[in-house]
Design a protein around this ligand. Structure first.
Ligand code: NAP
Length: 310
């Protein structure tokens, strides 16, 4: 079978760090172009914009949209109109309602729309889902705290409307939780801290639940210096279960069940390749809906201005 010819759109941090090596490591997938206004990759055909790429670039089968969420809908619609398969970085868009028209467009074009949640491909997530399927979960605590200056240097879009602020990483925790728990979840309260000079939160505390009244708390913080935390602690009728390191490690009853190197993006491209072969869509909006609901329900506090340099 001929390889899936992919163009990366928006050649920033995640494109360089993860998409390029993952494509190189995935059989049947080939990087044939980059569309980015200010960046390129030596040896790979380049266009400044997706429009220019579709008009003048090499033949492609698919695009991987690695731009910020605020511009992704228009790019996805353009790519689907040109009959290309589309992989969306997380979050799939800046609003919930903009995604379903893309699903419809993908169906009409008989192309794939893959709304990725890379954290769901972390090595301990599927083992955690299977472990929890046989247990009663009695409480959950998410602690997702990282230093925005280390992980998102100069990414002004993250604090602009639609950039999600601290939910940009926080939605990864929600993508894992909505995968490993069997019941749909909903937000019951939210406290959002907005820097006085920004339009997206820098910290958030959420409470969530499900139809059985499960108590879930989530703490998200973008100003964590020192050790970083990407942990989900669950109490269950079979003892405590901890998913840590963003889903790379799983401990249950004091025993390390999984401690594996992450290979999330290789998993994403394998899945994308499978989806493209059948034209099937994979779109789960549950994590984005929870974040949107946190904005709807959230009590807002203004906190001190945030500057890139402390
Ligand atoms: P980034 O470093 O800012 O890269 C995004 C690139 O998109 C920019 O370099 C820019 O390239 C292009 N871009 C920015 N604004 C644009 C606009 N208005 N119109 C068109 N293109 C624009 O951001 P990133 O960290 O790679 O994140 C991109 C997406 O990946 C986000 O949704 C993020 O949540 C997700 N993600 C990031 C990480 C991470 O660790 N960084 C991890 C997983 C997922 P040009 O200026 O060259 O056009």
């Amino acid at each position: 079978m001929s390889p899936l010819r992919v163009a990366i759109v928006g050649f920033g941090k995640i494109a360089r760090d993860q998409h390029v090596p993952a494509i190189a490591a995935t059989e049947g997938v080939e990087l044939v172009a980059v569309a980015s206004r200010n960046a390129s990759l030596p040896g790979v055909p380049h266009a400044a914009t997706l429009d220019e790429l579709l008009r003048d670039g090499p033949e492609i089968d698919a695009v991987a949209l690695c731009t910020p969420p605020q511009v992704r809908h228009a790019q996805a619609a353009m790519a689907l109109a040109a009959s290309k398969h589309v992989m969306l970085e997380k979050p799939p868009g800046a609003t919930v309602a903009e995604i379903n028209p893309l699903v419809t467009a993908a169906r009409a074009a008989q192309r794939t729309l893959f709304a990725t949640w890379h954290s769901r491909f972390a090595p301990a997530v599927e083992p955690a889902r299977q472990l929890l399927a046989g247990r009663q979960v009695t409480s959950v605590k998410i602690t997702w705290k990282e230093d925005v200056r280390v992980w998102h240097p100069g990414q002004a879009w993250i604090f602009e409307p639609g950039g999600l602020g601290v939910f940009d990483p926080g939605i990864n925790a929600l993508s894992i939780l909505t995968r490993i728990l069997p019941q749909p979840l909903f937000v019951t309260s939210a406290d959002l801290a907005f820097p006085a000079n920004r339009d997206a939160p820098i910290a958030a505390n959420l409470a969530l639940s499900d139809v059985q009244g499960l108590q879930i708390s989530a703490e998200f913080d973008f100003l964590q210096t020192g050790p970083q935390s990407w942990d989900i602690d669950l109490d269950t009728d079979g003892g405590p279960v901890t998913l840590s390191m963003g889903g790379a490690r799983l401990r249950a009853g004091g025993i390390e069940l999984v401690d594996a190197a992450e290979a999330e993006y290789a998993g994403l491209y394998r899945r994308f390749s499978e989806l493209c072969a059948t034209g099937e869509a994979d779109v789960d909006l549950a994590p984005l809906q929870l974040v949107a609901d946190a904005f709807l329900l959230g009590r807002r506090r203004m906190v001190e201005p945030f500057e890139d340099e402390p």
